[in-house]
Design a protein around this ligand. Structure first.
Ligand SMILES: N[C@@H](CCC(=O)N[C@@H](CS)C(=O)NCC(=O)O)C(=O)O
Length: 203
């Protein structure tokens, strides 16, 4: 499987951890993409020009959530996404919340990277930061607990990627806003395959 991503992409990292826990990581041939480079070819793979994307058996998939579901299906199904019941929608909701936090965090990065300094819109950045902080509080309200050694679900994988991405970009100190998540991350980091090897690069 050709896997288009970059070491700093938190969405790409979700897929990497999912592939590890599902035992499929060795099947991924990683292709590093700089989405800002028009010659990267990513728009031929994903019309949205975004990573991650995956090519397998002649078809292309994009959006990290779709790719994770594809990998789950390939591994037999029901492993990182519960098949039914309230558990399924609890997990999908947590995944949507963590993706929303990541979207806001990525937009904060783009606001500074894409605009000249005099066009930087503080109120827009503040709005995204508020989403991040409210989103984290929403996560805490679900009283997450990772049971050591269990297969993490897509929501938990998303949460780990959120917390490390916020540390990487240093936009919001989540330990101030949601200190209870520190213990959660320690439990997850200690045992989940692919967690350490997929950490974002050091700043
Ligand atoms: N919903 C998408 C979000 C992916 C995304 O925003 N990726 C960023 C990199 S972390 C990207 O490719 N940005 C380039 C762009 O927006 O043009 C997913 O889950 O895969």
């Amino acid at each position: 499987m050709k896997f288009f991503t970059s070491p700093s992409s938190p969405f790409g990292r979700k897929v990497k951890i999912a592939a590890h826990v599902l035992g499929l990581y060795d099947e991924l041939a990683e292709i590093t993409i700089n989405t800002l480079d028009p010659a990267s070819g990513i728009c031929d793979v994903n019309p949205l020009g975004k990573i991650p994307a995956l090519e397998d058996n002649g078809s292309t998939l994009y959006d990290s959530r779709v790719i994770m579901e594809y990998l789950d299906t390939k591994a037999g199904g029901g492993k990182i996404i519960p098949v039914g019941g309230t558990a399924r929608f609890d997990v999908l909701k947590l995944a949507a919340l963590t993706d929303g936090i990541l979207d806001a965090a990525v937009l904060v990065v783009y606001e500074t990277r894409m605009r000249p300094e005099d066009k930087y819109v503080d109120t827009y950045v503040a709005r995204q930061r508020d989403k991040i902080i409210r989103g984290l509080k929403g996560v805490v309200a679900t009283t997450p607990s990772y049971r050591s050694g269990t297969m993490p679900n897509v929501g938990e994988i998303g949460l780990a990627c959120v917390l490390d991405y916020l540390d990487f970009r240093q936009q919001v100190n989540w330990r101030d806003h949601s200190p209870s998540l520190a213990g959660w991350l320690d439990d997850f980091a200690a045992v989940v395959p692919g967690y350490q090897s997929s950490l974002p690069p050091k700043n």
